[in-house]
Design a protein around this ligand. Structure first.
Ligand code: GRF
Length: 194
């Protein structure tokens, strides 16, 4: 039987691999009075992900998979997502590539936050690349996930000016602040279109 969250809110799962500051921020927004969603599941591929602490802190179920076999991990994840009646998956620093068939199953239901102004700088080390290329601006993007890396339809972006004094650490910190502003907004707009 599908579990209801008892509050008529839309169930969301967040997939993480690391620090989980975006997860924490999405939880914070979910707890606001008018929020339409609740985070009912956290999935990780990393047993040591710092962000997993928010599972205990906010009493959210977590499941961790070693992904040795992508197929069997995803099979269990899909079961879990269905039993939890998850409507949208938010990737937040999740470092595994989802399989084509997984993405197809959740077509237009998976969104991701990426630390660059896509389509510029897909993949890793975005801040280094933007600084090395002497770009004036970088930023962050929330987009739908399709089967090509960081290439799905853009939902929201925020520009951040690159300062002369910036290194990848200082730039990533300023961009992360903006991520925390646009991810909940982008999620709200996705939910309103469901
Ligand atoms: C963020 O910069 C996000 O854009 C990228 O991975 C980082 C995750 O940070 N995909 P956190 O784990 O949410 O703090």
């Amino acid at each position: 039987m599908k579990k209801s969250n008892g509050r008529n809110k839309i169930n969301i799962a967040v997939f993480i691999s690391g620090k989980g500051s975006n997860l924490k921020n999405l939880i914070k927004y979910s707890l606001k009075k008018n929020s339409k969603y609740t985070i009912s599941l956290i999935i990780s591929n990393n047993f040591k992900a710092k962000g997993l602490e928010y599972s205990r802190k906010f009493k959210i179920e977590k499941k961790i998979f070693n992904y040795k076999s992508v197929k069997s991990s995803e099979k269990i994840i899909i079961k879990k997502l269905k039993s939890r009646n998850i409507k949208i998956i938010c990737l937040a620093g999740f470092m595994k590539i989802l399989s084509r068939s997984f993405i197809k199953k959740f077509n237009n239901k998976i969104i991701n936050i990426h630390p660059s102004l896509l389509p510029k700088y897909k993949g890793l080390n975005t801040h280094e690349k933007a600084i090395r290329n002497k770009d004036k601006y970088s930023g962050c993007t929330v987009h739908y996930v399709n089967s090509q890396l960081d290439s799905g339809k853009i939902i929201m972006q925020k520009k951040v000016k690159i300062l002369k004094s910036d290194n990848s650490h200082t730039l990533s910190k300023r961009i992360l602040k903006q991520e925390h502003i646009i991810y909940p907004k982008a999620l709200a707009s996705v939910l309103s279109s469901l």
